[in-house]
Design a protein around this ligand. Structure first.
Ligand SMILES: NC(=O)c1ccc[n+]([C@@H]2O[C@H](COP(=O)([O-])OP(=O)(O)OC[C@H]3O[C@@H](n4cnc5c(N)ncnc54)[C@H](OP(=O)(O)O)[C@@H]3O)[C@@H](O)[C@H]2O)c1
Length: 252
């Protein structure tokens, strides 16, 4: 029987307190990984998650950091490494939320925040965490992108310009670090259902565009995370994997 076993591995999820992140953390812990639960402002949610993972018998550390600041990420690495050892798996999931509007209306500050949120988060997380993966000769870098990057809908330019930049950074990284046994992949969620985001009010036009005709669940993103983190995905690198019921289909 094939199964996913991440015991002996340590995973760090940025934005573990987020709608999708909390299920990633739980699922990584259920698969056997020790987990670093990162938060920015929501310490209570991080501690709640940590308690759940500890109840599964996992080693857990709760860490706070602004993922747009290298010194903060380095301090997070030192704290995680001192308690759980250097992470084998990092999931760059955190996102800075802001109000979406048109290119003509969106502020420069919003473009800068999205550059920091997506491009710089992925650059800094790599600079801080990949060296220990290189030393170990094994690692998993998983970036959380979005289906929106391929759709280019109105009002999303700041968000998706950051996510498109992140995509290029991670593809280059995949080529640079593959020789060290490190895979670098992205998951692109569709518009997901989660603890606080329900199907109520989903417009029919959105469902019409999804071949599977429904919105996916947070757990389906977490399932893709544990798969890419596992040895089952050991020969997969450089992918942008949509988990969106077929709503976007990257061409070849
Ligand atoms: N939800 C969806 O349907 C969907 C669809 C497509 C793609 N995605 C992608 O999936 C990921 C998670 O999205 P989500 O909707 O689950 O997020 P979310 O619920 O809006 O949560 C945002 C997360 O980012 C953290 N964060 C915000 N600013 C930060 C900063 N400066 N430094 C560090 N952390 C910071 C927050 O931490 P605190 O709460 O601790 O402050 C929180 O954990 C994102 O990359 C997003 O683009 C989501």
């Amino acid at each position: 029987m094939i199964s996913i076993d991440l015991s002996g591995k340590t995973a760090l999820v940025t934005g573990a307190t987020s709608e999708l992140g909390r299920v990633m953390v739980r699922t990584l812990a259920q698969a056997g990984a020790d987990v670093a639960v990162h938060y920015h402002g929501n310490r209570a949610k991080a501690e709640e998650l940590a308690a759940e993972c500890q109840a599964l018998g996992r080693q857990v550390v709760v860490v706070q950091a602004d993922i747009t600041r290298k010194a903060a990420i380095e301090a997070m690495r030192d704290q995680v490494t001192a308690t759980l050892g250097a992470p084998h798996i990092i999931v760059n999931n955190a996102v800075i939320q802001y109000e979406w509007t048109s290119v003509l209306e969106q502020s420069e500050a919003d473009y800068e925040s999205q550059f920091r949120s997506s491009v710089l988060q992925n650059v800094l997380m790599a600079q801080v965490f990949v060296p220990a993966m290189i030393e170990r000769g094994w690692g998993r870098v998983i970036g959380i992108n979005t289906e929106c990057t391929m759709q280019c809908w109105p009002n999303q330019s700041a968000y998706i310009s950051g996510k498109a930049g992140m995509d290029r950074v991670l593809r280059v990284l995949a080529k640079e670090v593959g020789v060290h046994g490190i895979t670098v992949n992205q998951i692109a969620p569709g518009w997901m259902l989660s603890e606080n985001r329900t199907a109520e009010g989903t417009p029919q036009w959105y469902l019409d565009g999804v071949p599977l005709k429904h919105r996916g669940k947070d757990q389906e993103i977490a399932n893709a995370v544990v798969f890419l983190a596992s040895d089952l995905a050991g020969f997969i690198s450089g992918v942008y994997l949509p988990v969106c019921g077929g709503n976007v289909m990257p061409g070849i």
